[in-house]
Design a protein around this ligand. Structure first.
Ligand code: KIV
Ligand code: ZN
Length: 388
């Protein structure tokens, strides 16, 4: 079976930027958009043009600078939103309008205070209007995660007829279990007329820590686009983390699903977004956290020193990290100490290493981490002589 391409739709600059305190200025947005294009994302959701004049200008500027990726602007199923998005995207080589409306009972009853039939009508009108300005129209069924599948299928069928090219099935509240979300996508694949003419897209939030698992369940069941953000930034618990879904597909080639992402740029892109959004990346974050390739317990260190793959499923170089790191702490063993000493030029025989290890443990019990400087001092103070 040939490998199928999953499109990566990055919404760091729209859903990600909605986080309080993460607001970016125009220059920062342009720099991040350029980096996303280098990274190889297929679609950049550049903003929500009606939301503010600043966002309108940012979408316009990103549309003008972007050469390869599709540039997308968000709108509600509201005439003025769509017209404004179309205006902002005028200069884009590949423009896409992303429009939609809530489809769950809760959205229809409490937010929109309307009926299913009226939602259906507004969805179709919105897509038809967007279609007058751009060929590529993505429709989102907000809160699709909690929408009854039969009604969702009716909406999908109607917007495909109206001209939608991509159908976004957001788990807006991060509620679904992976089996449930995967089954939803499968239901749409099997029950929506015309679904073969469009691309189904996942858009999962992380309220229960399931955004990545749900997105993967989505593509396994037939979705062909994943909406995500760098470092998983986004409102509340955030969105699906781009680096996670990309590396999951890369590390599981038997799924026959892959992306266009240049994974060697993942770490620098993560650092750039973290710094510009003033949003630190947790140390134990998968793929891009500072501890993602660092080993501190004796058993693991011994395994990694003998053969990296014993405790690492990803080669750090594949995501732009030079090497795994062996961190010396009171939990480290002789193998790790010998390894680090060797890197510093000290090659000790067994007896000398035993002596070094005894004093190393005393330092390690006092300090959180033993660094190269401590090792040089240890060698000097103990008068240790190298074997050759
Ligand atoms: O989470 C969501 O439902 C969204 C839509 C506006 C696409 O972000
Ligand atoms: Zn969202």
């Amino acid at each position: 079976m040939s490998v199928q391409k999953i499109q990566i739709f990055d919404t760091t600059l729209r859903d990600g930027e909605q986080v309080p305190g993460c607001k970016l200025d125009m220059d920062e947005k342009l720099v991040i958009a350029r980096q996303l294009e280098l990274l190889g994302v297929d679609v950049i959701e550049a903003g929500f043009p009606i939301s503010s004049p600043g966002d309108f200008e940012a979408v316009k500027a990103i549309a003008a600078q972007t050469k390869q990726a599709t540039v997308c602007g968000l709108s509600r199923a509201v005439e003025q939103d769509i017209l404004t998005a179309a205006e902002a995207l005028k200069g884009a080589r590949f423009p896409r309008i992303h429009t939609g409306i809530g489809t769950s009972d809760s959205h229809i009853k409490f937010k929109l205070r309307t009926t299913q039939e009226k939602v259906l009508e507004r969805a179709v009108e919105a897509v038809k209007l967007a279609k007058k300005y751009v060929e590529d129209v993505e429709f989102y069924a907000e809160d699709a995660g909690r929408t009854d599948n039969e009604f969702l299928a009716r909406v999908c069928e109607a917007v495909i007829k109206a001209g939608a090219t991509v159908l976004n099935i957001p788990d807006t509240t991060g509620y679904c279990l992976p089996e449930e979300y995967g089954a939803k996508i499968k239901y749409l694949v099997e029950n929506v007329n015309g679904v073969d003419r469009v691309r189904l897209s996942t858009h999962c939030h992380n309220d229960l820590g399931l955004a990545t698992a749900n997105s993967i369940a989505g593509v396994i069941n037939g979705a062909r686009q994943i909406e995500c953000t760098i470092n998983g930034v986004g409102e509340r618990a955030g969105n699906t983390a781009l680096e996670e879904v990309v590396m999951i597909l890369r590390q599981h080639p038997y799924l026959n699903l892959d992306t266009n992402i240049n994974t060697k740029l993942l770490t620098e892109t993560s650092a750039m977004v973290s710094q510009m959004m003033r949003m630190p990346v947790q140390a134990n974050k998968a793929i891009v956290g500072s501890n993602a390739f660092s080993h501190s317990s004796g058993i693991h260190q011994d395994g990694v020193i003998k053969h990296r793959e014993t405790y690492e499923i990803i080669d750090p170089k594949d995501v732009g990290v030079n090497d795994s790191s062996i961190v010396l702490t009171a939990r480290s063993g002789r193998a790790a100490l010998a390894y680090r000493l060797q890197k510093l030029g000290y090659d000790f025989d067994k007896a000398t290493l035993d002596k070094a290890y005894a004093s190393f443990l005393q330092i390690a019990d006092r300090k959180k981490e033993v660094v190269d400087e401590d090792l040089h001092q240890l060698v000097e103070q103990e008068n240790l002589i190298a074997a050759n």
